[in-house]
Unconditional design. Structure first.
Length: 320
């Protein structure tokens, strides 16, 4: 039931992408410099540890607002977590950069003060809350870097929401929140404001909704009802319905909000695709999820997204 249309260089699929050119009146002249007291601080902790533990850092203390911070490893993949209720301070933050091992920074807490963030090759930045995060400088997602959010359940708990001066996604850089909206279900109607419906006769499940209505079943059971506000995209995709045990419906797509006060340059990909239904058991079918949401705003928006900016809905066996 989801259709694809091409508007110039803007891709809009079953979810919604809001593309806006806006003007900001902020004065940036004195914000972007590195203090003479800046220290280079690197992660020296174990393969999994917390940002707020001083002994995990090369200086023996938690990074401060002047520090040039690097989370990377050439010996093992690492995961650094900023715990809930904690804050992160830095001048610059670089995540990843090793050719072999991944480095992931999960922030359950919030960025308090930061200028620039670079997500390099094999770097992963994961937002694990739904709070708006702001840096005063530039966000750069390089080839081989990934920006995502934690997968939602039946509740809306997670999204990407980043404000920066400039946002650059290089070719090969990926913002991906596929299937991270409202969670899939088994033997019930879906999750979210526009869930796919479980057939009372236990035959099929219909598709989840978001920017458009979810797909009907082969027997005419209506999908979920659309609810996305296209003037201010701020919602997840709903999941499809499942008619019985053994049939997993498709999860909804997640949500990525990227706000650049100056320039957003997108040559990589931004994706909030919904999940397909996983099984067809004995001729009984689940519904696909509703596509997610992408909001991209900048005074200037440039680049050629590759492969695309994509918020398509998931497939059911029939029309999910």
């Amino acid at each position: 039931m989801n259709q694809t249309r091409l508007y110039r260089r803007l891709f809009v699929l079953s979810g919604f992408l809001l593309f806006a050119v806006v003007c900001f009146g902020f004065g940036w002249a004195n914000l972007f410099y590195h203090s003479a007291n800046a220290a280079s601080v690197t992660w020296v902790g174990s393969t999994a540890g917390t940002w707020e533990t001083g002994s995990n850092w090369s200086t023996g203390v938690v990074p401060t607002t002047d520090d040039l911070v690097t989370i990377s490893s050439s010996t093992a993949s690492i995961v650094v977590t900023l715990s809930s209720g904690q804050i992160a301070n830095f001048s610059t933050l670089t995540i990843g950069g090793d050719a072999t091992y991944t480095a992931e920074f999960i922030f359950d807490g919030n960025i308090n003060s930061g200028v620039d963030i670079t997500v390099a090759t094999n770097g992963i930045l994961t937002q694990q809350n739904r709070t708006t995060q702001t840096i005063t400088g530039d966000f750069l997602l390089q080839d081989g870097g990934l920006f995502s959010h934690t997968t939602n359940t039946a509740a809306y708990s997670y999204k990407i929401h980043l404000n920066a001066k400039n946002i650059t996604i290089e070719g090969g850089g990926v913002v991906n929140v596929d299937s991270k909206g409202f969670a899939s279900v088994i033997n019930t109607s879906g999750n979210g404001p526009g869930p796919g419906i479980e057939d009372a006769g236990d035959i099929d499940g219909s598709g989840g909704a978001h920017g458009g209505d979810g797909g009907d079943t082969n027997d005419g059971l209506a999908g979920g009802t659309a609810y996305c506000d296209v003037s201010d995209v701020a919602t997840l995709g709903s999941s499809g319905g499942s008619p019985r045990t053994g049939i997993v419906s498709g999860a909804g797509g997640g949500l990525a909000i990227l706000i650049a006060s100056d320039t957003a340059t997108i040559n990589g990909s931004i994706s909030a695709i919904a999940g397909d239904t996983f099984y067809n058991v004995g001729g009984y079918n689940g519904g696909g999820g509703g596509g997610g949401g992408i909001k991209l705003v900048g005074r200037t928006v440039a680049g050629s997204p590759t492969p695309a900016i994509n918020v398509s809905g998931g497939d059911g066996t029939y029309d999910g």
